[in-house]
Design a binder for this molecule. Structure first.
Ligand SMILES: Cc1ncc(COP(=O)(O)O)c(C=O)c1O
Length: 388
């Protein structure tokens, strides 16, 4: 099809030309004497993305799921007990990863479309008088449902309970797009990948650890090999990596950091909030509902839209793809066929998103979900117009 493809899934997100150019280069010796300056350019700036001033950031050739494992095996002893709310497919998979590694996970079930409940987390930690629970696993932004949790409120609940558990946060679809306050929220591990807010192809796993988590790394008795932070840390201190780094992606990451930090992380978060408000206005104008059950937990990086009872969201997604060249996210697990997801994170502005919403409107009508053409787009434009 002529024109540009609209990649409107919540990751991987479109890779800006500038980042594609930064990655398009010859390989080089990653053990050369000049390489450490490059490594340090990345590792010294990564923390600014999440407002981290204490602790360290690490980059692996891997993806977000691998960083779940890296966070766990470096900080939690074999068989350790964990606490985790489950409210969507990614919180489910985080829990499954922990169980597959032999950890015991106490699960707090929440309806999909809801967020983690700090009060329930507090109650579970208060009940754990012996302080057996070693960490709380929290997905900040549940990409399956388009729900954002209040990490700060979860940290406050943990503090009220006076519990020493670590707070391990999945920020795969929040970091580098939504506000993420690593220090202020008392996060011990933050997990992400390169293919969402960082606007790169998949292939880098990024892990932020607090000083408290780093202290656990050395004491932890869990067997680990590739994801051993001790080896990564020792090599990074010299400006190198323990194995061959994903050079092209690192060049992309270096440039992505320049783009993000030039825009300013507060501005990045504000841009995503503004874009999301337009998408929500469009959903409302279409007479549809978001999967997120309450406006205050609706995600600014993606919106999962429920189709009316008796309709199949897969048909909307397929028509959008085949007729209008726009890729929408599908419903995952129990949401299959019930939702389509509009990604609005990364290299995105009001005009690109207006085009995407136009594609969604046409596909909805084609699928028999009649929405007055232009109504959703118009509602979004009213949100986005600069009137000042
Ligand atoms: C919230 C969340 N966590 C984890 C993952 C898994 O990350 P990856 O696919 O990079 O392994 C995803 C992927 O979409 C995600 O959205």
């Amino acid at each position: 099809m002529a024109g540009r493809h609209f990649l409107q899934i919540p990751g991987p997100t479109p890779v800006p030309d500038r980042l594609q150019r930064a990655m398009h280069r010859q390989m080089e010796d990653h053990r050369s004497s000049t390489f450490p300056a490059f490594t340090r350019s990345i590792l010294s700036r990564l923390p600014q993305v999440v407002h981290q001033t204490r602790g360290e950031a690490f980059v692996f050739p891997a993806t977000g799921s691998a960083m779940w494992e890296a966070a766990l095996v470096n900080t939690i002893n074999p068989g350790g007990r964990l606490l985790a709310p489950r409210f969507g497919q990614f919180s489910h998979l985080f829990i499954q990863t922990a169980r597959n590694l032999g950890y015991q996970v106490d699960v707090l079930e929440e309806p999909w479309g809801e967020a983690a409940d700090p009060a329930r987390i507090e109650a579970a930690l208060v009940a754990d008088r012996g302080h057996e629970i070693q960490a709380v696993l929290l997905v900040h932004n549940e990409t399956a449902t388009g729900v954002t949790c209040n990490v700060e409120a979860v940290r406050a609940a943990m503090d009220r309970a006076g519990h020493p558990a670590l707070l391990l946060v999945d920020g795969v679809s929040s970091i580098a797009s939504l506000d993420f306050q690593f220090d202020r929220w008392g996060v011990d591990a933050a997990i992400t990948g390169s293919q969402k807010g960082f606007m790169l192809p998949a292939g880098l796993g990024i892990l932020y650890l607090s000083e408290k988590a780093l202290a656990r790394v050395d004491q932890c008795t869990m067997p680990r090999a590739y994801f051993d932070i001790r080896a990564m840390r020792a090599n990074n201190a010299q400006g190198y990596f323990p194995s061959t780094p994903a050079l092209s992606l690192l060049y992309g990451l270096d440039e992505a950091l320049t783009m993000l930090l030039d825009e300013g992380m507060d501005n990045v978060a504000a841009r995503h909030a503004r874009l999301a408000s337009g998408v929500r206005a469009a959903v409302h104008a279409w007479g549809l509902r978001s999967c997120a059950r309450r406006p205050e937990i609706a995600s600014n990086s993606l919106t999962a839209v429920l189709v009316p009872e008796g309709q199949d969201a897969r048909r909307v997604i397929d028509l959008a793809f085949t007729r209008y060249d726009i890729a929408l996210g599908s419903g995952l697990a129990e949401l299959a066929g019930k939702v389509f997801r509009i990604g609005h994170l990364g290299d995105m502005n009001a005009l690109t998103l207006a085009g995407a919403l136009a594609g969604v409107e046409m596909a909805l009508c084609d699928a028999g979900i009649e929405v007055p053409l232009g109504k959703g787009v118009g509602a979004a434009l009213a949100e986005w117009r600069v009137t000042a």
